[in-house]
Design a protein. Structure first.
Length: 251
């Protein structure tokens, strides 16, 4: 039986409790939304109240700017309907400003697939990659896409290494810019709740909408920079509303 060591967390093919870099079709009812919400990890949450197991997905919008507010789609909160283990986005993609994110994402993925071996062999950093593709991006994107490109590149770099070796490492570890990170990837429920105590107290002041979020709804989280570029900051926390069958991702 193969073991995949996730620093302090060990997952095996017999234990589906956690999945790194889950496939878009296993996470989103509309996989095309992956260009906005990069799937970092999925984990199983056993909810005691309704005796159900929920598959919770942690996603990231790093590198994108939320230029407007709408219900379930604000700068720090994204809402999804939970349906058969997948997410159905409840918000409005137009809050990103109507920019051509899908086209840019498709170009970045195609570029990485075409030049993957070169990037891995040369240990190309995210910053160097951003510089390399800046001219191309300026002719493709109708928004400032460099930060987004660096995050997508970092994500694809780490995902490719993980898929090939079963070992999770951040891109900066792989290219030699950072010593190995020992902390575990998944913030469990207690860790995430402790992290969110101050955030939830001040959140109503910054949100236009109200979602009746309570600390006890928090079921887990992850540090975003572990999956994206080193410039990414903060964590993404998942809140589960079992009464509405909704999941809120708090960044």
């Amino acid at each position: 039986m193969m073991e995949r060591k996730l620093n302090n967390y060990v997952s095996t093919t017999e234990d589906p409790a956690i999945t790194l870099f889950p496939e878009p079709e296993d996470v989103l009812e509309d996989p095309s939304l992956t260009c906005y919400f990069l799937p970092m990890l999925s984990f199983t949450h056993e909810h005691l109240e309704d005796q159900r197991a929920y598959r919770i997905h942690l996603l990231s919008t790093d590198g994108l700017q939320c230029l407007d507010d709408a219900l379930y789609s604000e700068q720090h909160i994204w809402g999804f309907e939970y349906h058969d283990g997948k997410y159905r986005f409840l918000g409005d993609i137009d809050v990103f400003g109507g920019v051509n994110i899908p086209e840019v994402y498709a170009w970045l993925v195609e570029d990485f697939d075409r030049n993957c071996e070169y990037y891995l062999h040369e240990k190309r950093s995210a910053v160097d990659y951003g510089e390399q593709v800046q001219v191309a991006l300026s002719s493709i994107a109708n928004f400032e896409a460099r930060s987004y490109a660096e995050n997508v590149y970092s994500y694809l770099y780490a995902r490719t290494h993980y898929q090939r070796t079963g070992e999770f490492r951040h891109i900066d570890e792989l290219i030699g810019n950072h010593r190995p990170m020992d902390q575990h990837l998944l913030l469990d429920r207690l860790e995430a709740q402790e992290m969110s105590a101050i955030i939830l107290d001040h959140l109503p002041d910054t949100l236009r909408m109200r979602y009746d979020m309570q600390p006890e709804m928090i079921v887990g989280g992850a540090e975003r920079f572990r999956f994206l570029s080193a410039s990414s900051g903060g964590a993404v926390l998942a809140l589960l509303n079992t009464h509405r069958q909704q999941v809120y991702l708090l960044e």
